[in-house]
Design a protein around this ligand. Sequence first.
Ligand code: CFM
Length: 462
Amino acid sequence: MPLKLFECDKTIPEREKHCYIKAPGEDTTQYLPSSNVPTIPGSLSERGCSYCGAKLVIGGVIKDCIQMIHGPVGCAYDTWHTKRYPSDNDNFQLKYVWSTNLKEKHIVFGGEKQLKKSIKEAFAEMPHIKRMFIYTTCATALIGDDPKAVAKEVEKELGDVDIFVVECPGFAGVSQSKGHHVLNIGWVNEKVGTFEPEINNPYTINFIGDYNIQGDTYVLEKYLHKMGIQIIAHFTGNATYDELRGMHRAQLNVVNCARSAGYIANELKKRYGIPRLDIDSWGFDYMAEGLRKIGAFFGLEDKAEAIIAEETSRWKPKLDWYKERLQGKKMCIWTGGPRLWHWTKAVEDDLGVQVVAMSSKFGHQEDFEKVIARGQVGTVYIDDGNELEFFEVIEMMQPDIIFTGPRVGDLVKKLHIPYINGHAYHNGPYMGFEGFVNMARDMYNAIYSPLMQLAKEDIREA
Ligand code: CFM
């Protein structure tokens, strides 16, 4: 049934369409929360902008290229401290930030000269780097700069550099989701097929939609290499610019985050006939199922089973220790979208944890279909939740732990409810068998922290 949050004078009536509570026996397809639509004015959204979806989520992960942000310096805010996607290139992609640092005069007279100057300065400063992403921002899109023309000019002048331009200003869509889309399609249109990868293995894949959050990619690649599979390109965890240009040569696309990267998988299927295989990479049961599916595709079932057996015997006792202590705890997941459907059943089956409320910043209808199919009856489902709704849900559901971002997380902490960063993790990786034990450990440490107990006592006494 649709859920009316806010029985108070701050009600925004239109928000009713975005909230839902799953009732027993209900045909949930009739009640999908409205999603991927503009935020209602007056609702304090947690969403990011479209530029952020392109730069911070996907492009910024690539480990060997300059990320030139064409706009006022504030748009370059997110780097090392906000997003934790390491690389084996000495974390080059996290250490530097490049911006054309536009000022009022550029807005009046145009920013293209400044862009050209900045590109050349950046390449001169980093002589070992020959690849670059350029992003437009709201300001430079509004004044009509043509960064593609500038990039072409510089490519010609310098001769040995390759530049990719993402034209997705912050206002291009209703959330960061638009940035994923624009980057996916731009890359397949302009760059895929322009580089020939070295193939030294009969089994090849692209791994799509994993961004090496705190080392997730390393865990996945360990399993895949053990199975004897070559990864042509990892979109985009720990990836190089050129490996992503060679994506057309893989035999299979394995997709984890369907929301941010399903587009490129679909295009590679259409244009190059590469099949798409979706898996879940968090949780024991899901990871095992994913490895089995990949094994079945290549006829490598034995190898998949061997890895599953080895990893399970190594990590399951640890998982079970946490399961005993986490059983019956109540959890909220308030992240982007996919992690809702990736995690809800994984924590339920593997840890006995009940997910009592989920809010998605930018999930589409297909995300909510999966979330609600996998989620429980009685759980609250929200699209683009706002702060007041979060507080109301906390009152209603009394969760023991909340997975969300630092903004909501800090509010939650003030209520003395433990919060874990559901985007960048606390102590990841969280993917794969060992990763899920890390996730369980962080939940246990948060819920059973003596500090949290003291804080709660303090509240009672006050
Ligand atoms: Fe995919 Fe992601 Fe997510 Fe995402 Fe994100 Fe993210 Fe997320 Mo934060 S690509 S959609 S835009 S799984 S940054 S690594 S955690 S909101 S649910």
